[in-house]
Design a protein around this ligand. Sequence first.
Ligand code: CA
Length: 424
Amino acid sequence: MTELTYRYVALTDTGLRRTANQDSGFASSRLLVIADGMGGAAAGDLASSEAMHVIRRLDDELRGDPLEALAGAVSRANDRLSELIEEDPAVEGMGTTLDALLWDGEKFAMAHIGDSRAYRLRDGVLTKISDDHTFVQSLVDEGRLSPDEARHHPHRSLILRALLGRDDNDPDLSMIEPQLGDRYLLCSDGLSDMVDDSVIEETLGAETIDLAATELIRLALEGGGYDNVTVVICEMVEDGTPVDETLSSANGQPQLVGAAAEQARPRTGQAVAGEDIPAKPLDPEEVRYMPRPPTSRRWVRWTLTILVLGLVLGGIGKIAYDWTQEQYFVSSDNGMVTIFRGVQADVPGVKLQHVETVTTIKVSSLPEFTQRQVGAGIDASSKKDAQSIVDNLDQLVTPPKPTETPSDKKTATTSTASHRVDRL
Ligand code: CA
């Protein structure tokens, strides 16, 4: 029997309409993964990158039955999301899709949850090997919708299952027996929504998988680029086949792309303020998983803030300004966690917030996701509430790490050498 191995490539693009990439992709000689985060601007990338960081530990740690190992890793990724939600209820509702193929030297163990897709190309024929865990797919399964109708259904992106940090969302698990010459594609819906399967079939058969990946991304952008688009592709070759130096996987290094490869995005209160203004149409990605009510306190606060801005501009400044000065929030000032009095917005010529207390907590000493929250500003209902937020942050301070672990090093190398084509 022919011994097989595979070549691989991972590629992502933020797309033409989104400002951040919430997809994560990973490819190595043992593991192929894609995760498409959801839950709004603040949390989707957190969910996909955290899940990815847990799953990709399999790259170093495979022991025993691959399907059990994969199921265990998915479960740990789910636990990680659960932890994050417990630490910060504001990210409740975040989640991620996940498709992972773990190679044991002969077969792939596959885990799938959500609507990211896994395809196989064999002898020029494309077969979808994952079932979309979506509302429209359930209607197709019941014969109430044709696949083509599903494709254009207004609720096509509504997911019924995803990793959400809860215990009621198990992945589909299966084993796959590849043949020589097979190509496998894992992709986010940013590809499958924009590009027809028939075009994917043709494109996936390109001369090399690197060309296929580049072309698939290009086609998704040409098709509208409404969403982040990520592809992870592998091609089965005979073990011992000479390395093709023109391919990105020739160096044998893992490839990590998208949210999991990025550092915390610097954000300012102002930028987040703009994103959160409720008058802006709701990003469909925010309600991808079972619509949840908007975080009412924040909306109320923003509605009031906008009203106040209107009043300030309209000349009824004093009362409105006084109201803003009874508000508090916790954010960053010169790298230190700081309590501000006021609101996170300014009217030209009027400063609506000022520093109340600079704490001794360095923002950089906090976990990455908390740094982002602080960067975005955490609203407080009173000065006392702001102080208790600071106390909670104090509990999260982590001592500086003395050395990198080997796997961290690998990530850093991979990240810089990755094949991102994010829009500049
Ligand atoms: Ca997506």
